[in-house]
Write a protein that binds this ligand. Structure first.
Ligand SMILES: NC(=O)C1=CN([C@@H]2O[C@H](COP(=O)(O)OP(=O)(O)OC[C@H]3O[C@@H](n4cnc5c(N)ncnc54)[C@H](OP(=O)(O)O)[C@@H]3O)[C@@H](O)[C@H]2O)C=CC1
Ligand SMILES: CC(C)(CO)C(=O)C(=O)O
Length: 306
């Protein structure tokens, strides 16, 4: 079955960019799954991507519809449970669900509601999208890394999703070891998102040697220790590769999603990052002082913002 009908929950920095690219493909029907309140607001305020007015098609969960072939979740972690409920009417026997959320836990939470057989693991890397209300700016779509937990010979559904994303000119990668890819991204987020959130530094400060990058590296090294204790093949080479080959390509004024949250006074995804690192550290008997400090600072900032 070729993918034809796609549902997306979350029209933010990530969902709007990939949603626009997908809906430009002839033969693909893309619907944004929203509640009534958001539908009214979005239709009135419209969306602007790189200053271009962009229209989307909205679908309410009460609408009678066939199941979607592919559902993309692009909400923040605090909105995940709501999004999981929202997609229920559109999940059928053959639906594939892809969670573009950062972190290593969202797939597990989706699988608890819909079963392992519905999900593929995924993350997006290198996208420098920022959102201010209904205005989204980006210079590169980065790459969606996805697949089954292990990808030696590609399964039919992986091939179909890959073909669909490629038709939309979204760069994709299907790594053999998806768990390692998830942990690699987890390491990046734990360092970059949290160091930028506490310093308020945009990417330019991490693109050069110096204090901001050192701070991110110290948190990343704690993730590497945890991964190695879990026998996941993650090393400092992966960290160096990120700085040299991924971060160097994004716009210097861009900001991590966590810094965007802090600046907008929204709750952050610290539960996906420092909290997870601290948790794993306790279970594995590994000290995680940098993440403990990040956790306390970010929680304090959230409390101050109310
Ligand atoms: N921004 C980035 O550069 C990157 C982000 N990520 C990850 O991607 C995920 C999404 O992040 P990002 O796009 O930045 O987040 P945003 O906050 O920009 O977007 C989230 C969107 O979800 C919408 N939403 C929330 N709840 C619902 C709901 N119940 N029904 C429908 N829509 C809903 C929000 O709508 P509303 O505004 O109306 O509340 C908002 O448009 C996160 O896990 C993030 O860590 C990964 C890589 C890079
Ligand atoms: C990799 C990074 C830091 C890229 O923007 C990200 O995933 C985020 O901002 O959440």
């Amino acid at each position: 079955m070729t993918i034809k009908k796609i549902g997306i929950v979350g029209l933010g920095a990530i969902g709007a960019v990939y949603g626009k690219m997908l809906q430009e493909v002839e033969g693909l029907e893309v619907q944004i799954i929203v509640d009534e309140h958001r539908k009214t607001k979005y239709e009135k305020e419209k969306f602007y991507i790189n200053d271009e007015e962009t229209s989307f098609h909205y679908i309410h969960p009460d609408t009678q519809s066939e199941a979607f072939d592919l559902v993309l979740l692009a909400v923040k972690y605090g909105q995940l449970q709501e999004a999981i409920s929202l997609i229920r009417p559109f999940v059928g026997e053959k639906t594939v669900i892809l969670s573009l959320l950062n972190g290593i836990t969202s797939e597990e939470e989706i699988a608890q509601s819909y079963g392992e057989e519905k999900i593929l693991y995924s993350i997006c890397n290198g996208i420098d999208s920022t959102r201010e209300g209904n205005r989204i700016y980006y210079s590169t779509p980065g790459i969606i890394t996805f697949g089954e937990r292990v990808n030696i010979e590609l399964t039919v559904r992986v091939k179909e999703v890959k073909e669909c994303l490629e038709r939309a000119n979204i760069p994709v990668d299907v790594p053999e070891d998806m768990e390692r890819a998830l942990w690699n991204k987890f390491m990046i987020n734990v360092g970059m998102n949290q160091a930028s959130a506490v310093t308020r530094a945009p990417y330019a400060f991490f693109q050069k040697e110096g204090s901001a990058r050192e701070l991110a590296i110290s948190a990343m090294k704690e993730v590497i220790q945890l991964a190695q204790a879990k026998e996941i093949d993650l090393t400092e080479q992966d960290m160096n590769y990120f700085f040299a080959n991924v971060l160097s390509k994004v716009g210097g004024t861009g900001k991590t999603s966590m810094l965007q949250d802090i600046e907008a006074g929204r709750k952050t995804e610290v539960a996906l990052f420092a909290e997870k690192v601290i948790d794993y550290g306790q279970k594995l008997g590994i000290e995680t002082p940098i993440n403990q400090a990040f956790y306390r600072i970010i929680k304090t900032v959230e409390e101050m913002q109310g």
